[in-house]
Design a protein. Sequence first.
Length: 752
Amino acid sequence: MDIAVSSGAGVPVLTLGGRFDGTAAAVFDREAAALESEAVHWAVDFSQVTYLSSLGIRSVMALEQRLKARGGGLVLADLSPMVRRVLHVSRLEGFLTIVPTLADAIEVARTSASMSPAAELTIGPCRARIRRVAGSESTLEWWGPGSSDSRAGASFGISTGDLGVAFGVGTLGEAGDASLPGRLISTPQFSATLGAESGAITDFIVGDASRVVPISVATAWALSGAPAALVELNGPSGCALLDALDGLYAAIEPSAAVLGFIVLAQTQGHQPGLFAVGIAFDPETARTRADSYRQLEAMPDQIALPSGRRLAGGAITLQARPAIDGASDLAGALRSAATLATLGGLVALTECAPATNAVVWVYAPTEIRSGAAKLLQVNVEGGGEWRPEWDGIVRHLYADCRSVTLTTLPGGFMSSTFKAVAYDQDGRRTLPSVVKIGPADVTRREVEANRHYISRFILNNGTTLLGDAEHGEWAGLRYNFLGVNGPDSRLTWLYDQYLHRPLPDVLSLFEQLFTRVLKPWYAQPKWEQVFLFRDHSPLRLFPELLAAAESTLGLSAESPEFECRELGARLPNPFYFLKHEYPRHAGESRLWYTSVCHGDLNLRNVLVDERDNLYVIDFSETRPRNVVSDFARLEPVLKFEMTRPESDDDLHHLVVFEEALMSVTALDQPPPFRYDGGDPMVARAHAGITLLRRYADRATLFETDLVPYWLAMLEWTYPAVCYRQLTLRQKRYAACSAALICRSILQLEGRA
C-alpha cells in the first residue's frame, strides 16, 4: 500500500492507495508514529483503498484511540462499498467518523480542532461535557407566507437540501397530494411528516429519494451554519429532555435571545433512541431585538420551560440505539443513526423518553432571516410557458449558484429549452449552459441516450450533461456544449443560418453536420431485419393525427382516394394508407441498414457558434433505427416549414415541385427541379434535399431502395397537419406530399 502525507487547512491528511492488509498495516503504523503534528484531528483518504483486512482495521482503531486520548480522532473519507461493508459487519461504523469526500473530512477535522477544551458541569441528574466552537456562525431561517421574499410561501420544489435541519408544518410531495398538512421534521438525510388527520402514521423520505420528492411547507423553522457548542450528556438514571435543554441554555448563552438545539440521544423505554430539533427563546429578550425576532412568537406548539423561556420543535423516535461516542459531525451521525430501518415515528418534544446518553449541537443564531432568501434567484426572460414547479427543478440544477437568468429558446415540441446565464455564490459568472424542462419520461430517455450514444460517439458536438432533476411529472437537464470557444460564444439555431446565410455556407454546414459531427453514427451501419411500417408510424408521437387531418383539411381516413386538385389528379389517400396499410404491414420485416440516429433532427436542435462549430441537442428519441431516418426527417422541414405559399397558385407550384421530387425510383437518382413560382426558399430547399439524399445513399452503402427512405419521410410528413405554427396551405402541401409518397411506395412495391 502507498501512503502519502500532506496537509489541508492545517489538518494532517493520510492518502492511502492499494491493499490495506497485514503488511500495509505495519507500514501504516510506522508512518503514523513518525508523523509529528500538534493536530489531534486527522483526515484519512480511503478513495484508492481496494481491500481492508482485520489487521488494517486494528491499525486504524489504534490510531483513533491515541488521537481520542488527546481529545481528537480520525475522519475517514471516500470509502469504497467493499471497505464500508467490512467496517459495517465489524460493527465499527458507529465508532468512526466517516464522510463522503476528502474535502468533507478536512472540514470536519478543522471544525473539531476549533473546539475549546471541554468544560464539565451538572444539569439536574445529568453530567454535561461542553466544548465550544471558536468562530462559528449560524442563522435561524423562517419559511412561511408573508416573508420578505415572494417565493417564501411557495410550496413548489423545496427540498431537504433547501430546508436543512428544520421543523414545522407541511407535507411530503405536492401541496395538493395530501389531505391535511401536519407536523414536519426535515434534515439533509431524511424528512418525516405526520398528517393532521386522526390515525395518521408518520411518513418518511430517506436517502437519495429525499432529493427528488419535494416538500410542501406551510411554515417551518430551520438552523443553518455551524454550532456554537457541542455537548455530551450522560445521565444513567435518565434526564428529561426539556429540563436538559433549559439547563444548557442557562449554561452556554444565558443572555441570548434564541438558541437552537439538535439532539441525538439514547433513551429509556421501548424506543431506544431519538433525534430532536428545537428552538428555544427568551420572550423578553426577543422583544428588545429587531422586528424579525417577533416572528418567534408564531412558532407552532410552544412549550413553557421552567425558566420562563419557550421551546418549539419536534422529535423522531429511533428503533435502534444510536452510536454517540465521539460524535461531532452532525451529517455523519445522522447517516449512521437515521436509516429507513431505524426511524420510528414523529412525536412532540413533551412525549420524548428520558435520555441516558446524548450529544447536543447548540446553535447561537446571529440573525433571523427568510429561508427563501437563500434560494437561487430564478429570472425568466423571453416569454413562453413557465410553471411554478419548474422553479424547484432549476434550483436543484443550479444549487451551486446564487442566481440564474433563463432566456427562452424557441422551438421544441415536448420540452421547453432556455439559455442560462448563472452566477456562483461569489458573484462570478459560470460557463453558459442550457436548461431543458419536459415530461419526466422524455427527459429520462434523453439522459439514457446521452449515456449510450452521445458521450461515447460525438462528445463535444453533442451536449455535456451537468445535472438532472425531477419534480412530479416534470424533469429538467442542465447541459453545455461550449467547450470550443468558452463563455462568450454566440449561439444561433441552424434554422437562422438556413434563412439568412448564402446557400453555399448553408450546404457547408449541412456537410459538416453529417460528414463530421454525426459521422460516428452513420458511418457504422449494421445490416439487419427492420420493421419499417411499425417503426416509422407517426401515431406513436401524434395519436390524434387522423382526427386532426379530418378537422383541419376535411380528409377522412375512410376514403381510399385523395383528390389532388393542385395536380388535377386522384392519388392514394395518405390517411387511409396510414389507418389501413400500416397495421396490415406492421409485422413485415426486411433486411436493411440501421445505425444510431438522432430521431428528431431538425433546424432547431442544431446550434452554430461564431466559428461555425456545430452542437446537437435534444436526444430523447435517439436510438438505433433505419439508417436514413435523420436525412428523411430533415426533408419535410425544408419543404413545409421553410416555404411560404401565400396563394393557391403558390401552392400549385409547390405541389408540382413536390411531384418532381417524388418522381425518382432509386435513392441514388438526383431529384429534378421543377418550379415556376416566386419563392426563393424553394430552390434552397431543393439544393438541401439533393444533398440529404446523397448522404442517405452513402449511409446505406449505396443500397438504392427508396421505400425505407419514403416511410421514414412519411413519419414526419403526416404530423404537419398537427403543427399549430403552419398555415392551412402548408398543411395542404404536406398532405399532397404524403399522397405522392404513398403512390410511389405502392408503385415500387407493385401494389399500385
